[in-house]
Design a protein around this ligand. Structure first.
Ligand SMILES: Nc1ncnc2c1ncn2[C@@H]1O[C@H](COP(=O)(O)OP(=O)(O)OP(=O)(O)O)[C@@H](O)[C@H]1O
Length: 482
């Protein structure tokens, strides 16, 4: 996995190693020569309550691990250890450590010498966001972070946690769109042994684990009605039951949630509970789309150039004027995340010290013809070409022109890459095809994701992830029926 490992044979050796090396995660056995795993866990937790600890336990003796999870351990593994599961858990633990501990540097809240993730923003609307974070972080109210995909909602959630009164407590993130209803319910609330097929042991959920801390519910608009009602009760009473359990458990968590969906409209249409919306929305912070952030776009380009030059071992220190113009003309449907990925792709294709327009990915080029969203708000390079008014004609003709146009743009995409020398052409071409396919199907279904996932033969969750990772925007001005 590319992680360094520091072994320790006793609890006291381990605790000393934690002080000396400040690891990102701890793998802790429960059978230790000098003390019980639970006592070792308590000592580790006293030192650093945010350090993710994964407990390893023998099959059939998971009680200690479950006890530790109630006290905030990250997760547990049963022996014999399944290496793939171990890798996954360690990966999640490191990511969780990063979310909780790497400081988010907002200009007006942290000093320049602070190391961490820069939250770049000088335009008035971003300054308002930073001020709002400053205002609300110390109040223990639920916060709803809104904004299109890739605008920085997770950074805001981390900043609220880090500047809040619970900053010494745990911070756990759950993506509500990534899990099926049953798995999400169990992830959030835990389950009792035998609650459903495959529930071999009791499991402690994130709300219980995160007691005293902050939980980040990402894509909160994707929760099913059942999970919505359980979260509502939790917000009202700070009480819940594990799935399949009778005893009521109390917890004390602060909820920061995020969504790119139109929750008001979802409430009107009965897809989201009104009462939950008001509870989650103690305070709203809305991130502006990147295309409205003026000169921040240049600041962000410089920021990503510097960051990615370092990461990729490149030394590209300028942007050619025509490349800059294209980057500024582009409307960034996938916002800051898309800019990060465009700069990365451009650096990989760049051959000299200056970033030339030819190194930019195809979607940025096709926006040179000023884009507009289609009537369903689904935008992509291809759709923009397709709907360009100059193409004229009937909608059928436009459709054929679009099909030919996409074939041509696809061929030229491959040709451009061949000229640039390739390197990752297979992966890039598949990504290009995927984006093309998704935007066409979503346009055909009028933005209806259920219908689109049926046509595509993939689950809705998987479609949502693909929409997100491909930076496809289904705008707020359309009716998106789930
Ligand atoms: N203003 C910014 N300055 C620097 N980096 C940023 C900024 N905004 C976003 N990023 C970076 O862009 C990426 C996407 O940000 P983030 O995950 O916070 O977006 P999001 O709105 O939560 O996305 P999604 O809706 O898809 O979950 C991250 O790598 C983040 O660090």
């Amino acid at each position: 996995m590319g992680v360094g490992v520091i072994p320790a044979l006793t609890a006291s050796e381990g605790i000393e190693a934690i002080s000396n090396h400040q690891p990102d995660a701890v793998l802790l056995d429960v059978m230790l020569p000098d003390m019980s795993g639970l006592d070792a866990f308590k000592l580790i937790r006293e030192k650093d309550p945010r350090l993710p600890v994964i407990i390893a336990t023998a099959a059939g003796s998971s009680d200690t691990a479950i006890e530790a999870m109630k006290l905030g351990a990250f997760d547990y593994l049963t022996k014999p250890i399944d290496v793939e599961h171990l890798e996954r858990l360690v990966g999640h633990a490191i990511q969780s450590r990063r979310l909780a501990s790497v400081p988010v540097g907002m200009n007006n809240l942290t000093k320049p010498e602070d190391k961490g993730d820069a939250f770049v923003g000088r335009c008035p609307s971003m300054q308002e966001v930073f001020k709002a974070v400053g205002r609300v972080a110390q109040q223990d109210v639920p916060v709803l972070v809104r904004g299109e995909s890739g605008t920085g909602k997770e950074l805001v959630a981390r900043a609220i946690f880090q500047h809040g009164a619970r900053s010494q407590g745990p911070f756990l993130a759950v993506n509500c769109a990534a899990l099926s209803e049953t798995l999400l319910e169990s992830e959030l609330f835990g389950h009792e042994k035998g609650a459903f097929t495959g529930a071999h042991d009791r499991r402690i959920g994130k709300f219980e684990q995160c007691n005293g801390g902050t939980i980040f519910l990402d894509e909160v608009g994707d929760m099913s009605p059942l999970v919505q009602s359980k979260v509502l009760r939790l917000l009202q009473q700070q009480k819940f039951e594990r799935v399949g359990g009778n005893s009521t458990i109390e917890t004390n968590v602060r909820i920061v949630s995020a969504t790119n969906r139109d929750l008001e409209k979802m409430c009107e249409e009965g897809d989201f509970r009104n009462d939950l919306f008001y509870r989650l929305n103690g305070y709203t912070i809305t991130l502006p789309p990147l295309r409205t952030r003026g000169d921040d776009r240049v600041l962000l380009l410089q920021h990503f150039l510097a960051q990615l030059n370092k990461e990729l071992g490149r030394d590209v220190n300028g942007v050619a004027p025509d490349a800059m113009q294209r980057l500024l003309d582009y409307d960034w449907p996938g916002n800051v995340r898309e800019m990060q990925s465009v700069v990365k792709q451009a650096l990989l294709h760049c051959t000299g010290p200056v970033l030339m327009a030819s190194a930019l990915p195809a979607e940025v080029h096709s926006s040179a013809v000023k884009p507009r969203s289609d009537s369903h708000g689904v935008t992509s390079a291809t759709e923009r070409g397709e709907e360009h008014p100059q193409q004229g004609g009937t909608s059928d003709e436009a459709g054929h022109a679009a099909a030919n146009g996409s074939a041509a743009s696809f061929a030229s995409f491959i040709d451009d890459r061949l000229v640039a020398g390739g390197g990752e052409l297979y992966a890039e071409t598949l990504a290009h095809m995927e984006r093309e396919l998704l935007t066409r199907v979503l346009t055909r279904t009028g933005g209806n994701q259920s219908e689109a996932s049926r046509i595509l033969g993939i689950t809705r969750g998987s479609l949502r992830n693909k929409i997100r990772t491909n930076g496809i925007v289904i705008g707020p001005d359309i009716t998106v029926k789930q």
